[in-house]
Design a binder for this molecule. Sequence first.
Ligand code: NAD
Length: 506
Amino acid sequence: MGSLSTEAGCQAIREAWNCTSLEKAESFLTTQGSSAPLELENFVSNKFNPSTQHLDAINPKTGKVFARVPVSSAQEVDEAVKNATDAFKSWSKTTVAVRSKYLQKIAQLIQENHELFAVWESLDQGKTLARARVEVDRAISNFNYFSTFILHQETAARMIDGVALTYEHRSPAGVFALISPWNMPLYLLTWKIAPCLAFGCTAVAKPSEVTSMSAFLLCEVFRQSGLPSGVMNVVFGDGPTTGSALVRSPLVKGVSFTGGTATGIQIRKDTADQIYKHLSLELGGKNPTLVFDDVDLTKAVETAAMAAFENQGEICLCGSRIYVQSSIYDRFVSTFTSYVQDNYKRGGRMGAVVSLPHYRKIRSYLELAASEEAQFVIGEIPAADPQDGLWIDPVILTGVSTSSRVMREEIFGPVVTIAKFETEEEAVELANDNPNGLAAVLLTKDGARIRRVGEQIEAGLVWVNCWLVRELGTPFGGMKNSGTGREGGEYSRDVFTVVRTLHIPM
Ligand code: NAD
């Protein structure tokens, strides 16, 4: 494990950094007592700065407060943006070799503190420790990937015959606001930070106020990495106060945002008169899983269950609407139900859901389903006032109407609907009958159908006989209400750089 020098100057970092195992963290939280939660601080120009306004962070598995998260004011945001703007002048001129080394150093520091990150991510978000470990691996991959991606850039040149040569030149776009949601906090924030720094931009990041812990630990990694002052800044806070001030700042030249569709729309409105601003909006999903009657049932059930219930269904890519060809519908429902009962148990593959408001949101959809007389194949409406953590067992619903809000809106919890289809055409129609278009799962052995159906599904990402397989150069993003812009490899380069064309006469 990497050691922490006393220069950190922030008590909360020193305390949290000692919790290098689940046992240590749990023992720390027990002895800490509710009167002395960790007090997180913003990270600006390589220094931790205390804030005056705070909100509570809870451990979803117990419901107990363990930290206080700054709600940064517009003034604190402006200060961070100003520092990032100053740092941009020199950072944007560094060579890719220099930037690559910093990214590798950051990856190495996260790797050295792997379990520390996983433990706090699990305690803060409610996810299982196993799931958190996978996401820490992926965060490391984000830095490693972009650290080498930038070393091998090509550019396009064209000839105007006998007249001129033209070529494309890219430069970093400026200071970026990097805003992330609460479901995969470290993984999704680093998916923005890594390309942002790699392509020569500086950043002010704002993680979700619901899960700030891993971003807070990441600040210490940035400090230890020796990144030049002001290149990477983190302000904590909510959307209306902190996030809104950040995206509106005229000094911010781009926003890379992942979160809900309503917030994406708000950010578009708030930046509408800043036409220069790059916007990449990765938004919500309500993703279909199509199961055709030629599948290997055991494998199909495993994939559909993982797509529905991984991370308690709190992944934007989760397949929460399962459609099954009628000839295997009954067998699928019974095999799927047994598999979920055996494999998705509380404290095993199921963690707790992230917050009380989110618990209540999921609960309200289950009340709606009950009022509409859906069948609860397994699962039930959880207690209105949970006492020992925010636990919701998997819910499988049948008999939900296609027009029901349960079927149309993103619940973002451990709730899946199963319905029938007869023909391929109907399957495509049902899959596309939704305002969102982020991802889809297609389960079939028929090679021709894979392309025929796969290319008709209105989703940015279609997984065939698999789910959540990721290659970091692949364009990531959704269609319809699931967002605009793509990130990953050269698509991230488009987000974080400006391309201009030089014309050189013959
Ligand atoms: P959210 O939109 O409520 O919040 C996301 C982030 O935006 C938070 O940091 C929040 O503080 C900030 N924010 C809120 N209002 C803001 C404003 N007016 N200006 C600037 N920032 C603001 O989303 P959430 O509840 O944190 O996350 C769940 C949503 O994220 C789901 O809809 C899920 O599908 C989506 N998501 C999408 C992807 C993807 O890649 N498409 C990945 C993960 C999650």
